[in-house]
Design a protein around this ligand. Structure first.
Ligand SMILES: Nc1ncnc2c1ncn2[C@@H]1O[C@H](COP(=O)(O)OP(=O)(O)OP(=O)(O)O)[C@@H](O)[C@H]1O
Ligand SMILES: O=P(O)(O)OC[C@H]1O[C@H](OP(=O)(O)OP(=O)(O)O)[C@H](O)[C@@H]1O
Length: 231
């Protein structure tokens, strides 16, 4: 069986994702010219599909690729029931970022999700509308607010970028977004709630759960080789 692996074609994970495969003894060679989005692993029956990080999460979820390298945040945001559909086979030690709930620094009385729950409960009475959360992580936001913290009174404003600017621009009251150094939050006068880390994400080797993987030695070897370079 030909195995297909999805690797980032661009963006912050591209170089490290390909490098870690080489370290694991899986040397990637281009198929066609430089602009081609297909590759192969030298000497193996393995195809490489170069895709964007969020497409990789989707393609592992629907089983179009057998493995992919992408952020856990994109897997959990992109797929309903992620754990049933995919396995995080290895955490790769790069691409670290946290998905967090952040509120304006000026909200001096709001430091926890419980405080935010109180704000959300009063919001309509005080402001005539629901608390608005800007995010591109709507699934993670709903799970965290509604299921984990029992906060139901809010509205999600879908953001396509520059999410940290939404409160100052009056588009939303608070945000859920990714942060690594914290400098974008700081520059936009936002603070992370003390129990507001939804997910600590990093780049992962993710496997589609497919019946034909059971007992397949090539699948087991790819995982073993990758884990070996990490330890
Ligand atoms: N500082 C950061 N900001 C945003 N994402 C980060 C950061 N550090 C690591 N990541 C991770 O990088 C991944 C997103 O990578 P990237 O931004 O390259 O994707 P992308 O190419 O923009 O994907 P798409 O174009 O499909 O949105 C996510 O898994 C995210 O957690
Ligand atoms: O905590 P920090 O180190 O400041 O990083 C976090 C920021 O970096 C990313 O944006 P980026 O500028 O990469 O653009 P993007 O929206 O295309 O990801 C992300 O969306 C945050 O805004």
């Amino acid at each position: 069986m030909t195995i297909t692996i999805g690797l980032p074609s661009k963006g912050r994970m591209k170089e490290e994702a390909s490098a870690i495969f080489e370290k694991a003894g899986l040397k990637i060679v281009a198929v066609g010219n430089d602009r081609s989005y297909r590759g192969r692993v030298e000497g193996e029956d393995i195809d490489i599909a170069f895709l964007s990080a969020s497409e990789i999460a989707r393609e592992i979820g629907n089983g179009t690729v057998d493995f992919g390298v992408t952020g856990e945040d994109l897997v959990r945001e992109g797929l309903a029931d992620a754990d049933a559909r995919v396995e995080i086979a290895a955490r790769l030690g790069f691409g670290h970022a946290d998905v967090v709930v952040a509120v304006p620094e000026l909200w001096l009385d709001v430091d926890s999700m419980a405080d935010l729950g109180d704000v959300a409960a009063d919001f309509r009475a005080r402001h005539g509308r629901r608390l608005a959360i800007a995010t591109k992580y709507w699934r993670l936001t709903q799970q965290f607010f509604s299921r984990q913290h029992g906060i139901q009174l809010y509205r999600i404003v879908e953001s396509l970028g520059a999410t940290e600017g939404a409160p100052a621009a009056g588009q939303a009251d608070i945000i859920v977004d990714i942060t690594s150094t914290g400098s974008t939050l700081k520059a936009n006068h936002l603070k992370i709630l003390n129990d507001g880390v939804i997910l600590r994400s990093e780049a992962c080797l993710v496997r589609a759960r497919k019946p034909e993987h059971e007992g397949n030695p090539q699948i087991a070897r790819i995982i073993e080789n990758m884990r070996a370079v990490l330890s």
